[in-house]
Design a protein around this ligand. Sequence first.
Ligand code: ADE
Length: 222
Amino acid sequence: MFTPLQTSMLGRGLEDGKWDLNLVNFRDFTTDVHHHVDDTPYGGGAGMVLQVMPIKKALDSLPSKGKVIITAPQGKTFNEEMAQKWAEEDELTFICGHYEGFDQRVYDLADETVSIGDYVLTGGELPTMSMIDATVRLLPGILGNAASPVEESFSHGLLEYPQYTRPADFEGQKVPEVLTSGNHQKIAEWRHKEALRATYLHRPDMLENRELTDEEQHMLKE
Ligand code: ADE
């Protein structure tokens, strides 16, 4: 399931040794012939529950773990700030459930429970891949242009400003004149204002936790 992380930019980073991926299957830590990792819930009810023992043994098999994260819908919602913090860690271990819930005692094996949003997926692999992608792309040398991760959406608490490339006129839709003016100060002001406008229109919640400068308050009034 984890091949997407091994292709494109992250894949190149893996080959170049800029980061490393170690996949462990907790099914390999079972003792029964069928390698069962789940069982029926105590107290009855539908579905199966992932057992604590194979997961504990899989974790114990690791020479080192770093921060241990469980992916589950009831966790704290993942965001760019968490990706930035995680990118500073030497190592992270993700525990992915599949199809069913974890025995409550599995949560005690982790440092954090993290969700990617208010919806339920069939497994923790896709959330884990999303979080690894968001984190690893911030590591030095992963993206081609070293300046790009800090310039973009969320890193200044605003959405990204609109970008344009050739042609300057697409079926009558013209690129804003300021961008072809060559006036770098005017371009920077325009971008800042547009980032603020996009955030105000599409994600006003992001402005609630952000102190606006006098200049920004003036821009919003315009
Ligand atoms: N596992 C299933 N759904 C999930 C979600 N929304 N976030 C993280 N892990 C999950």
